[in-house]
Design a protein. Structure first.
Length: 209
């Protein structure tokens, strides 16, 4: 019996890996629809920019690698001094996007003494420096996501303009965008992104003992 050559086996393995990679990079339609429905129910003033931001945070984590840890603490202290509990939504945390790979930890958790500013800063810094996929991988994943959102016909305000802005940012090799002005005015988002494993091991037991 003739056995396949090493080259043929290698090609078959590469094909399987490519197929697996493409499959895992395309989120399930029901997961996207569930995420969108939950987002719009909780934050009805959301625009496409806000759906996009939650999804890229879920896939890519924080917007930038962190090298200057002192500035992270300094900025966090400044932000905490500028907000009050009445500015913040009632929850302490929420998962990002369709997979919940990262968690938004509200500054409410610090203001109410559930966790310390140093604990949040440290978790954020380590999460920001976690390995992340390439922008090309994210661009492909977002195209899969937005096709599903398109088909939902949500009637979101400024949809075409937001979609064009997102496409132009991705085409330039970048991916990070801010919340929409509508979202910021309605919900006053103040949080830090933490990788789910770090959050569940270190912060969640303190926030929800």
């Amino acid at each position: 019996m003739k056995h396949p050559s090493t080259k043929v086996l290698r090609r078959a393995v590469l094909l399987l890996l490519l197929t697996f990679s493409l499959a895992t990079n395309a989120p399930a339609q029901q997961d996207v629809q569930r995420f969108v429905c939950e987002q719009m129910e909780r934050y009805p003033q959301s625009r496409l920019l806000d759906l996009y931001k939650s999804c890229f945070q879920d896939y890519m984590g924080a917007e930038h690698l962190v090298q200057d840890t002192a500035s992270v603490l300094r900025y966090l202290r400044t932000e905490l001094a500028s907000v009050s509990l009445s500015d913040l939504l009632p929850h302490y945390y929420e998962p990002c996007g369709t997979g919940g790979n990262y968690v938004r930890v509200s500054l409410r958790a610090v203001l109410e003494g559930r966790i310390s500013i140093d604990q949040l800063a440290d978790a954020f810094i380590r999460s920001a420096n976690c390995p992340r996929p390439s922008v090309e991988d994210w661009r492909e994943r977002w195209h899969n996501i937005v096709e599903i959102i398109d088909a939902m016909h949500l009637g979101l305000p400024h949809y075409a303009d937001d979609r064009q802005l997102i496409d132009s940012v991705l085409a330039s090799g970048r991916y990070a965008l801010s919340h929409s002005p509508d979202y910021r005015e309605a919900y006053h988002p103040h949080y830090r992104i933490v990788e789910r494993g770090i959050f569940e091991r270190e912060l969640l037991p303190l926030i929800s003992p």
